[in-house]
Ligand binder design. Sequence first.
Ligand code: GCO
Ligand code: MN
Ligand code: MN
Length: 388
Amino acid sequence: MSDIKFSVGLWTVNWGGADPFGTATRHLEDNPIASVYKLAELGVDAFTFHDNDIYPIEADSTFRQKRINELKKAMQETGIICEMVTTNTFSDPLFKDGAFTSPSRNVRRFGLKKIIKQIDLGAELGATTFVMWGGREGTEYDNSKDLYDSHARYAEGIDTVAAYIKQKGYNMRIALEPKPNEPRGDIFLPTIGHALALIGTLDNKDIVGLNPEVGHEQMATLNFTHGIGLAMYCDKLFHIDLNGQNGPRYDQDLVFGHGNLIQSFFTVDLLDNGSPNGGIKPYTGYRHFDYKPSRTETTKGVWESVIGNMKTYKMLSQKAKAYRADPRTQDLFAQAGYNEINIPTLAPNESISDFLAKDQSFSETSEASEYDRGYVQLHQIALEHLIS
Ligand code: GCO
Ligand code: MN
Ligand code: MN
């Protein structure tokens, strides 16, 4: 477990609590770089940030460089590293109708330059992932956008950024972050599956993958563990945003595990241990937390929530290991059919006509109604490990 590394977004711990219904509830340090020292002190291995997490959009180049120098100093002094960067293309009013998919070509060109600037900074700091969360790419009304051209512009934007990364020879990949809604009524690329489909159309699909967020899939009533399972099957889980959510509602961004706990357990199990038959290899990337320390908390609660994320992950990690090592689990995996599902349905070299010609007889009773897969028992064992 010592090889598990944690990272935290600077925008999470530096969120003062302002929401659509109220102003900030916490006093923040004037300089956001202070949080980098605190994260290092708490044992966080890496941080991630948007350009405007460390300097405002209107900052001049002198101020921007001052903040970058301070950030580098914090990295040198503490040993914390920067593993991912992302660009804020959602806060400024300019981006009210999107960046890559804004109807305004000027805004699209401005957004693209802003993204490329942050990619240069990320490469300079050693980040290996660029996350693209297109929070403002979308609509409130179905007739607001030409849906062909909007997706074409989205794909063009991603492909241009990917081509730039390759041209520069940066050791960096792009991870798209799906979200179904909020702040837009409907956001483009709402789920893992939608994003995968668009990636398949890109010229530079080899360096474009996903940054799925627990709560975002759950907002869409989807199973997060299944979602990352598909992403891993496609070799596209490039990054991950871990947090907590209680079902389909607004984006709660809770501490990891403070939502659907049993799904978090299976997420950790899949990430750490891969799939039981070994097809999905254990995830080697950072366990990245993207959450919002609740507005009711003071600064103390902010840092406690950082510790909570890591502690919960480690506890679930240990419990998942014990669940896999339990002989009852292994027996029930066999009963559940794990060692039959990995046998291809057609025999090697069996043609479709051979297959159709073959007389296949088996007892429907033994295959269906009388065969006990033991799923409930297997789930109970997982639950017992989880709450023990
Ligand atoms: C959200 C998103 C954002 C993005 C982040 C990266 O909660 O809606 O998670 O927090 O992850 O802005 O660009
Ligand atoms: Mn979120
Ligand atoms: Mn996120």
